[in-house]
Design a protein around this ligand. Sequence first.
Ligand code: ADP
Ligand code: MG
Length: 480
Amino acid sequence: MSDSGWDYGIFWDEIINQLQHEISEQEFRMWFDRLSYLRASESIIILAVPSNFYRDQVKARYQSVIQAKLHEISGRDIKIDFEIAKMPDKPTKIIPPAQPSFSSPPPEHVSPTTTSVHDQIREPEQPRREIRQAIHPLLNPFYCFENFVIGDNNSFAANAAVAIAKNPGRAYNPCLIYGGVGLGKTHLLQSVGNYVYQASPEKKILYISMENFTNDFVQSIKEGKMAAFKARYRSVDVLLIDDIHFIQNKNETQEELFFTFEALFQNSKQMIFSCDRPIADIKDISDRLRSRFQRGITVDLQPPSFETRLAILKKKCDLNKLYIPDESLTILCEAITTNVRDLESGLTKLQAYAELVSKEITPQITRQLLKDFLVVSSQKNITLDTILRTVALYFNMSASDMKSKRRTRAVAFPRQIAMYIAREITEYSTTEIGLEFGGRDHTTVMHACGRINDRKKTDPTLEPLIQDLLKKIKSEGTKS
Ligand code: ADP
Ligand code: MG
């Protein structure tokens, strides 16, 4: 961050990167070699230029295109302004990758294999490509293939993603990755983006969540900027849209996405979408869009097996330089079966404990810390019916109340707690839980779990209540 607290340096680097591919080399050198990023405030980037003449020329030629690009990259309205200043000797700004193991295909692009006469007469300066930042502004560099552990649960999806990254637009197009929360959809989507970004710097990659795509669409209509919106999405080489289930019920966004799809598909531009369920289960989506999503390859992510969970934890320990004894890792993997995100939070708990209390992590401490998650073998007998009945009894209700359509708080809260517990301690999917709870949709179950998780943060009485219920449920489970 700069002194003002705002640093848009990475956006600026990306703009320079794009411009140098869009205008001739001569033009680029003439106007951009002597111009540099100086500082920023919330909505303005100040650029240093060597003279008034220079400033006026750059303003007239490039101000609008730079501002349009800034909007495209950052999603915000950031203006540019100029200040006459002596140029620093080296205006290049290279941002090192955050992770040493940053996913990088061989960096052939850095040293061109062919040289022309023109190259030879150039002054010996740094190759211009190095101006380009090492990290794509829309992607998390941690989400790369090297940090993704492949197991039986995800190998098809991971292999498809690697094939696509190596050959975007040609291997499998479009690709739809579906799977429950925390199973690696975003990680894989962004890995493809990061890989392509390293391998082919000239390719334009756009990663966006469906929610932000929708917001951008609505905003663009409101501001009468649909032409820019279309240009933004239809000019990319790789379009990565995360969580497309968000498109349900949004007819106009669906229509726009359909046309974006057609335009990109016809030009063999790669598209990858992620979704929390199979496309067939998305309601209120137009048939033609559904058929487009299904046109290429569909791959799924399942919860990882014990062995894969252990491999993931070991990888995370390596990456974060953490030492946690194998026995504790095994306890974690036995306890947390739901998804990788939960597994990571278990590890974070252990790490925080080690850092704050700085005690050795023993199996006892691990069990103690993870008691929310622990699945003792007796729990394997626990059925949804046991959970439903035990929670109902606790709240003086009947099991049929739990299944009823009633939504008063007196019924809704116990129902949410029961769904949350079912999700935490059983292997049932949200769809199965929803069915058991009066034929509800799986999104209702996800919503219930979210509500309880949120409440746990603010309501200190909730955790003891859940623990109490867990004890009762476990003892019921052992009886059966
Ligand atoms: P989703 O988008 O499906 O909800 P994410 O991609 O956000 O899930 O994954 C949740 C977390 O789990 C991320 O931190 C991700 O890096 C990690 N993760 C998921 N799958 C794997 C895997 N196979 N190997 C390593 N980390 C993984
Ligand atoms: Mg995600």
